[in-house]
Design a binder for this molecule. Structure first.
Ligand SMILES: Nc1ncnc2c1ncn2[C@@H]1O[C@H](COP(=O)(O)OP(=O)(O)OP(=O)(O)O)[C@@H](O)[C@H]1O
Ligand SMILES: O=P(O)(O)OC[C@@]1(O)O[C@H](CO)[C@@H](O)[C@@H]1O
Length: 312
């Protein structure tokens, strides 16, 4: 089983708006709303790839109820901690004419110390029955910056591997608990180091520093260019297949899901990288966030390329 933790859950709303811009009034051509937040997208893709998954995190208010109904409709198993605050809304505005994608992310509700404690306990129990736990996205307000580190330590006590996909201080603090894998994107990596990572040497150097910090698999995701993978004895670049891109929101989550599934199945790192990259490409080719079709993924895997490199 795989557990996905979404501390800052969201209703992900997608608006299709032709010729969207700023400083104007726009009519929305199409609206879609679904349960979201990074970890929920991971859960959706894990399920699509055929593995058993339980999604956890905080849920509250009217949006929380919509979210829970959505999970039932999608047949995703949820085991969430109810909170007093209101689950947030995240907006993704797609403009097919201008070929732009604009995201507006609410900060989310305030979570109390008691609510935080309840999720910690839930993660402990779920980790006990899981091969992999993924922890994704921003921290909810009110939680300490080392909250992910606390959850990771709890999962480690239960002998479970953790994939951490977050940014900023939450990532910096989370790294101290030595998650099995981290996957910052370029922007998140540059924010962490405080300098641009323009060339390949700087990027490998960044990944080596993550390995030295105790991470077993360090990944730098580079959008349509693919990703760099660093492990104790393997350094390789993965390039994704070319797809007709519709919506890239959630590609990172589909990537984490693919990797978690392969890890839970006992596959090696290169095969896990292939599944992760194919699942992410399938998401890019779909309108929904964190969406992928298993037949499409199977076709795309054959087109994923790996290039090994020597690091001194
Ligand atoms: N246009 C694309 N075509 C094919 N694959 C893509 C494309 N964009 C992203 N991917 C795949 O998704 C992976 C993750 O993308 P990215 O680096 O943008 O992550 P991210 O910023 O965490 O994504 P998000 O936050 O939107 O979920 C990439 O490593 C790549 O394999
Ligand atoms: O505010 P966070 O938690 O960092 O990101 C939230 C979010 O933008 O991430 C997903 C895409 O990865 C969206 O579904 C979701 O709304």
């Amino acid at each position: 089983m795989i557990t996905t933790v979404t501390v800052n859950t969201a209703i992900d709303k997608t608006y299709i708006v032709e010729n969207f811009g700023i400083n104007g009034v726009f009519r929305v051509q199409r609206v879609m709303a679904q349960a979201g937040g990074k970890g929920l997208n991971v859960a959706r893709v894990v399920k699509a790839l055929g593995e058993e998954v339980v999604a956890t995190g905080f849920l509250g208010g009217h949006n929380g109820r919509f979210f829970a109904d959505n999970l039932v409709a999608e047949r995703i198993k949820g085991d969430f901690v109810p909170i007093a605050g209101e689950t947030r809304i995240c907006l993704n505005i797609l403009d097919p004419a201008g070929k732009t994608q604009t995201e507006l992310l609410e900060p989310g509700p305030e979570v109390s110390v008691e609510e935080g404690e309840k999720l910690r306990e839930k993660v402990r129990v779920l980790a006990r029955h899981s091969r992999v736990v993924t922890m994704s996205g921003s921290l909810a307000q009110g939680l300490p910056s080392d909250y992910y580190a606390q959850l990771i330590e709890m999962a480690h006590q239960e002998g479970t591997k953790v994939i951490l996909d977050t940014s900023g201080t939450a990532l910096l603090e989370g790294l101290k608990a030595r998650p099995f894998m981290v996957k910052p994107n370029l922007q998140e990596a540059e924010a962490l180091t405080g300098k641009p990572l323009n060339d390949e040497t700087a990027r490998w150097d960044f990944l080596c520093r993550l390995l030295n910090a105790g991470v077993e698999i360090a990944v730098l995701s580079l959008g349509e260019e693919g990703a760099l993978f660093a492990t104790g004895n393997n350094f390789f670049r993965v390039t994704p297949p070319e797809v007709q891109v519709i919506n890239t929101v959630g590609c990172g989550d589909a990537f984490v899901a693919g990797f978690a599934v392969a890890l839970a199945r006992g596959e090696d790192v290169p095969d896990a990288a292939r599944l992760a990259t194919a699942a992410a490409a399938a998401n890019a080719a779909s309108l929904g966030t964190g969406q992928c079709n298993v037949e499409v993924v199977e076709k795309l895997i054959a087109q994923v390329e790996l290039f090994y490199t020597m690091i001194k």
